[in-house]
Design a protein around this ligand. Structure first.
Ligand SMILES: [Zn+2]
Length: 199
């Protein structure tokens, strides 16, 4: 597909939005007040807004390989800080997905460079649950389980980020959730890892 197609698509999309709602762009320019921050995988098959049916302006989004949250990552922690302190979002959703290539990479060898360093965050989750993962016989089962465990691990990481701890200290309402998306049926599942106060 040539890049010109993307511009053509964009023109058609903007025209359709304006036809449906003539004030759409005007309203969006005036204010950004999403209720949710989505921290998801960069995978092209997991388009955040689309799978939860939210329009532009309704979801603040951060995506990276394997939906990792590290208190040392200035990019992600800046997103969290802005979302909490400026936008006053009340729900942080860490959403992983089955079939995640980044998570599978953490189960294997042979990586190098930035991906290798980044995936170490997922390997940390795998190490913590090595016993449970070791009990699973086949690769597919281990991979699926690590996709879930990685989400729970990243939810815990969110809770250690300064902006989150400070919000809870101030008494600002803020919940952190762990969800997983299944590429096979397009459905989300809550991993029941929600945290709503400082532990
Ligand atoms: Zn992924």
């Amino acid at each position: 597909m040539p890049l010109s197609t993307l511009f053509a698509n964009n023109g058609a999309w903007a025209a359709a939005q304006t036809r449906r709602d003539p004030q759409f762009f005007e309203r969006l320019c005036a204010i950004q007040s999403p209720d949710y921050l989505w921290i998801g995988c960069a995978d092209s098959r997991v388009p955040a807004n689309e799978i939860v049916g939210l329009a532009p302006g309704e979801l603040f989004v951060h995506r990276n390989v394997a939906n990792v949250v590290s208190p040392d990552d200035v990019n992600c922690t800046a997103v969290l800080q802005y979302a909490i302190e400026t936008l006053k979002i009340e729900h942080v959703i860490v959403c992983g997905h089955y079939g995640c290539g980044g998570v599978e990479a953490a189960l294997g060898e042979g990586l190098h460079g930035p991906v290798q360093r980044w995936i170490q965050h997922v390997r940390d989750a795998a190490s913590r649950h090595a016993l449970e993962l070791g009990r699973l016989q086949d690769h597919e089962a281990r991979w699926r389980r690590l996709c879930e465990l990685n989400v729970v691990h990243q939810v815990e990481s969110v809770c250690h980020v300064a902006a989150v701890r400070e919000a809870w200290q101030r008494g600002q309402p803020l919940m952190v959730h762990g969800w997983i998306y299944d590429l096979r049926d397009g459905l989300l599942r809550d991993l029941n890892a929600t945290v709503s106060t400082a532990s």
